[in-house]
Design a binder for this molecule. Sequence first.
Ligand SMILES: [Ca+2]
Ligand SMILES: [Ca+2]
Ligand SMILES: [Ca+2]
Length: 806
Amino acid sequence: MAQRMRRATRGRVAALATVGLMLAAGFVTGAAPVQAADADLIVNGGFEDGLASWFVNNGNAADGAQLSATSDAFSGATAALVTSRTTTGSGPMQDLSGKVQAGQAYTLTARIKYENPNGPATKQFFATMHYGGGTYTNLVSVTATKGQWAQFNGTFTIPSGQVVSTARLFFETPWTATPATDPDLHLMDFTLDDVSVVGAAPPAPASKTIEVVGKLPGEHNPLIGHKFGADGFGFVHDGRVYMYLTNDTQGYAPNPATGVSPGINYGDINQITVISSQDLVNWTDHGEIQVAGPNGVAPFTTNSWAPGITKKVVNGQEKFFLYYANGGGSSNVITGASPLGPWTSERTSTLINGSTPGAEDVAWKFDPAPFVDDDGQPYLYFGGGPASTSMPPAERFNNPKNIRAIELDDSMVATQGTAAVVDAPVAFEAGHVFKREGRYYFSYSSHFGGNDFGGSQQPLPGYPGGGQIGYLISDNPMSWPKETYAGVLFPNQSQFFGAGTGGNNHQSVFEFEGKYYFTYHAPTLNKRINGNTTQGYRSPHIQELAFNPDGTIQQVVGTYAGVNQVRDFDPYRVFEAETFGWSKGVATTKVDGSSAQFGGAAPNLVVRDIDNGDWTALSSVNFGANGAQRVTAKVRALAAGGQIQVRLDTATGPVVGTVPVDTPVGQWAEVTAELEGVSGVHDVYFTYTGPAGVDLFELDTWSFRAATLELPVTVTASARCVGGKVYVAVQARNDSDAPVGITVQSPYGERSFAAVAPGANAYQSFNTRAVSVPAGSATVRVTGAIGGQDVTTVRTVQHPAGTCGG
Ligand SMILES: [Ca+2]
Ligand SMILES: [Ca+2]
Ligand SMILES: [Ca+2]
């Protein structure tokens, strides 16, 4: 095996030399022993699923060809036919990135045939790996006879030092720089079938689980500690705050040995993460919306950054409109039936792009933020990036005029009119509008200077520094002259969170139950994982926003403490286990089916990667004065011997209940434990134990049951004959230490007693007016209060049969 380097144009001499080396080294032929753990890494190698998982080599711009399915197969019904080849590298390709491993040996087999009547009698073909860039390695060769199926059959070993993060296998003819000079010799069509590459099974993907405690108990920022999320947009609906986030976790790939991920690549991101809360401390993970990419809601878009959402009744139906940046070049919108979906695309092309009137000079048509005014008129704010070079340098720096405001039409998925300039000082990105007391507030992130903004320029007095959140106040949502600038409302987050937390920012403002809140991001979770050298993975934060009497904003101070919890958490319901105040060592994953808590339209997640020692916790849970009797979890056991300890106040606090996860492995089931001494308001920690080194179980939901309160009462009943008639007598003694009301009810009548004193009896003898009655039952209803709470206790009592005379 030999390696050759290709660049845009490769030298004939070098290529011949490397092919010569390869031939001199020879190929090991014959099948290598296949071990039990080996796997075929090729998907659809026989082309019986057509061209699925195959594409034509696109390693350089000239490689294109046509790939089609043909019935001229070596085996089965179908093979792949490549035609219109333009280079010797033109041929069928499959991506083996993440499957092949350095240092491993593989056996490659395939069938190939060519039939060009003007072609040579025999022709050599290569199976070649493209490791990205200019790195190509011929793996296995075969010389075919025209018109006959030839067989590739050889082994190759990937050098231990080879970087395999990109590894794409393709089939080709020997290289020449100018194949078009003799296309019959170099660019013949060929047919491929039965491709296999057998060797070590692909390595399991590296765990993305965040093992550190990323959100410290007692603190409320970052909002979540088990995943990242940037560009948060806060949205209030029906008593909940939803946060829509750029899914920074998508490209996070920590090295298993070092724990350090490569730096964030925004190009990897085509999902939006959604979390929600009723209290701003305990957040439910709703998972990711696959917005863009081939399987996305809007497959004509590639990326989904910087979401913004609003709602509007359209044609009598309340809809939710989620706007996002399709990379830097355009913006788009998808439509939801609820804040949690399901999502559809009403458009087949992007909403904001180069043809949006008034946006022609905007370099980056991104960061779309919707705002619906009180009169129902919707607006969209978007834009940013380098200023127009037609402006003088000082103006490019101070007033780059790179952000726009435009009206949306009533559909919410189309603009109307022409975009207006938002002349925000030192503007860069992240426009956002909210309204308070009749005035409009536009906030945005400032730029970091540099050549895109006229080089080294002097900022005007009072204008923002780099990476700060500035704001404007206007009486008109479409009019934002520079005179409306009102100052910096949030400095760069690194001022508060220190080394490793600088960089871009993106904010929103929402009002929730009478208070205003400010959202921003900071790579604080990244910092807790990796220390002061962070890789750009950002986390959502919230602070309260306060105003001066004149309507200006008091500058926000970023803190780990965050905001106060708005209300205690209600445990007496079924709620999603993917709801955390804090957590350690767990991850979440979306599962089939809908959410038990949020209904049929909402996605459901489960907590996974639960190891011995991991835990999740809820902040400020109100069990009431009478407390909880029982906790139930929906679990799927993955190993025998798992347990859940329910603890109060800390991860090492007193155990108030132990839930054995003793249900059949692999099956969802409910497990329950009685609780002892759980009342009042506490943080609740679920700590997970079991055998080390294995995932113990997955968790779907929790529910607590309130203790059933009973008023103590002693009830007796008898039957006797008085004056020739049977009487049924019922007696109820108040055994509590406070007066109660007692109602006695039998088939023969009913009587109520008010304020029966402690230790006293309610007694009633009912005349049945019969000489004989069978045995029967009476009901005693006791009403009173325990710990200030109204309680009713109902008891039934059997009375015997009674007969007079006899
Ligand atoms: Ca086939
Ligand atoms: Ca874990
Ligand atoms: Ca769940």
